[in-house]
Write a protein that binds this ligand. Structure first.
Ligand code: PLP
Length: 221
C-alpha cells in the first residue's frame, strides 16, 4: 500500500495546471488529513457539515474547506463562517440561505450550481434551464454575499465509460451556455467533475476541478 503523500504526489503529477485538486477526506481521521496537509495539500472536501466544522476546528487555518455533499438549508449556519466553496447548490432557496448566513459574517461565499447529469434518480441537481432562470432572476441580483463561480455534476455510478463521458460532456456544454450570462454575482470559472474512478475522463471532457477521495486516502469503510 502506498502512503497518502505518495498517492497525492502521483495524482498531482497527472493533473494539468488548470485543474484544481480537492482532496475528499470524508470519514477519514484528522491524522490522515494532516498527512495530506504536510504534503502540501490545502483544499479538502467533506460531505457532512458537522464533520467538516469539527475538522476545521482542529486543523490549520490556511485550509480551504469545500462542501461537496448535499446541503440542508438549516445547517448552512454551521459552516458559513469558514467554508470556501459549496459545490452542491441545487435550488434557489438554498442560495438565499447561504447569502443570509454569509452576510452575518460579512463574507462572500463562492457556490457552484449542481446540474443533474446522471440518469439515476438518486442524484441531486437542477436542469440547465433552472440554472438559467436563477442567474436571470431579479432575486439573484439581491444576493450580495454569494458568488456563483461555476457548475458541479456527478456522473452515473457505472462502468460504462461512454455513458460517463456523455454525462460529463453535458455538464461542459451547460457551463458553456451559462458562461455568457453577464451578472455581478456570476463569475464562471469552475467545472467541478470527476472522482477517483473517472477524473482523467472528466479532465478530458473539460473539468477544471476534480474531487478525489479513495485514490488519495484509501477506501472508506
Ligand atoms: C465521496 C465523493 C467524492 C470522492 O469519491 P472517490 O470515489 O472516493 O474519489 C467526490 N465527490 C462527491 C460529491 C463525493 O461525495
Amino acid at each position: 500500500m502506498t502512503s497518502i503523500s505518495e498517492n497525492l504526489k502521483n495524482i498531482k503529477s497527472t493533473l494539468p495546471d488548470h485543474v484544481t485538486l480537492v482532496a475528499v477526506s470524508k470519514t477519514k481521521p484528522v491524522s490522515d488529513l494532516t498527512e495530506a496537509y504536510n504534503a502540501g495539500q490545502r483544499i479538502f472536501g467533506e460531505n457532512k457539515i458537522q464533520e467538516m466544522a469539527e475538522k476545521h476546528e482542529n486543523m490549520p487555518k490556511d485550509i480551504q474547506w469545500h462542501m461537496i455533499g448535499h446541503v440542508q438549508r438549516n445547517k448552512v449556519k454551521y459552516m458559513a463562517e469558514f467554508v470556501s466553496l459549496i459545490h452542491g447548490v441545487d435550488n434557489f432557496k438554498l442560495l438565499k440561505e447561504i447569502n443570509k448566513q454569509a452576510e452575518k459574517h460579512s463574507r462572500t461565499i463562492d457556490c457552484l450550481l449542481q446540474i443533474k447529469i446522471a440518469s439515476e434518480e438518486s442524484k441531486f441537481g437542477m436542469t440547465l434551464s433552472n440554472a438559467e432562470d436563477i442567474l436571470h432572476s431579479e432575486d439573484f441580483s439581491a444576493l450580495k454575499n454569494i458568488k456563483v463561480t461555476g457548475v458541479m455534476g456527478m456522473a452515473t455510478f457505472t462502468e460504462d465509460d461512454a455513458q460517463i463521458k456523455s454525462e460529463f460532456n453535458k455538464l461542459k456544454s451547460a457551463f458553456d451556455s451559462l458562461k455568457n450570462i453577464e451578472h455581478p454575482n456570476f463569475k464562471p470559472e469552475t467545472i467541478s467533475m470527476g472522482m477517483s474512478g473517472d477524473y482523467k475522463l472528466a479532465i478530458a471532457c473539460g473539468s477544471t476541478m476534480v474531487r478525489v477521495g479513495s485514490s488519495i486516502f484509501g477506501h472508506r469503510s
